[in-house]
Write a protein that binds this ligand. Structure first.
Ligand SMILES: Nc1ncnc2c1ncn2[C@@H]1O[C@H](COP(=O)(O)OP(=O)(O)OP(=O)(O)O)[C@@H](O)[C@H]1O
Length: 263
């Protein structure tokens, strides 16, 4: 199996020596489905920005899809990585149609820049929009969509280039329970699809973990608390250490939640 991500002793340091991530080593192999959990400010988004070739670390080695960050043209590497994040959503003009939001990924831009697209690109965009439940919304403006619809349109966009690595930063943020459950169902299908790209998902909520995840990283204060196969890492003890509060993990039919352990 080939290695998709290999981070060795990676740190990102900002003003006054603040370590956003601190000596992180992480190996992701082809076909794995990871989630990254950790409290606010733990460094999850920073870590994902490094993994998506959007941010250079202060120190350490980063290998993404067999290319070393710093020795590769990131503009050639980035189209191989599908990303959804709130930051990306904010860059998209609200007046853009949903079809354009999705199809422009093939041209690595966020606004329409050509009047005509390749018919194959448009066909693929419409197919992905259908799969992610926004097929009927192709001609609506991005700004008119609900939070949940926007998130699903962005996932369709991220898949547009047939990426080898897919990075989902809080795809369920801002959704109501129905929207979340719909998203988890679709993410479960994606996780179980053997042809889907290697995936890394960041979330704040255990309830958003789709079934079919294979691995989990727990991050706190920029450091890895635990990382590895989900069945080994997802424990009350590890969650308590990560969130610095006593937590009791509960599992129901392959879905998870955690509450403060009062015992
Ligand atoms: N330029 C910067 N200078 C100093 N600190 C920064 C800078 N950018 C981010 N930080 C801090 O780095 C820490 C990690 O931020 P990051 O966004 O990676 O965390 P996160 O785990 O994604 O948080 P959240 O769950 O709240 O989104 C936070 O404490 C943040 O305030």
């Amino acid at each position: 199996m080939s290695v998709v991500l290999d981070l060795v002793d990676v740190s990102v340091v900002r003003g006054a020596g603040k370590r956003l991530i601190d000596g992180v080593s992480w190996r992701v192999e082809e076909g794995e489905r990871w989630a990254v959990l950790g409290p606010n400010g733990a460094g999850k988004s920073t870590l994902l920005s490094v993994a998506a070739a959007r941010l250079f670390p202060t120190s350490g080695m980063v290998d993404i899809l067999d290319e070393i960050l710093g020795a590769v043209d990131v503009f050639e590497l980035r189209p191989r990585i599908g990303v959804t994040s709130g930051a990306l959503a904010n860059q998209i003009p609200h007046s853009e149609t949903v079809l354009n939001v999705v199809v422009t990924a093939a041209y690595a831009v966020t606004g329409r820049w050509r009047e005509q697209y390749d018919p194959d690109d448009e066909r693929r965009a419409r197919e992905l929009m259908g799969q992610w439940g926004v097929g009927e919304l192709a001609d609506r403006t991005f700004g008119s969509l609900s939070d949940g619809e926007r998130k699903r349109a962005l996932i369709a966009r991220a898949l547009m280039t047939d990426p080898e690595l897919m990075i989902l930063d809080e795809p369920g943020a801002g959704m109501d329970i129905g929207g979340r459950e719909d998203l988890v169902e679709r993410l479960t299908e994606l996780a179980r699809d053997p042809y889907a790209p290697t995936t890394v998902l960041v979330t704040h909520h255990l309830e958003e973990l789709p079934q079919g995840l294979t691995h989990l990283m727990l991050l706190n204060r920029g450091r890895v608390v635990a990382a590895g196969p989900i069945q080994d890492v997802l424990t009350s003890e590890n969650l308590s250490a990560t969130y610095e509060t006593p937590l009791k993990l509960t599992e129901v039919d392959g879905r998870y939640t955690a509450f403060k352990d009062a015992s």
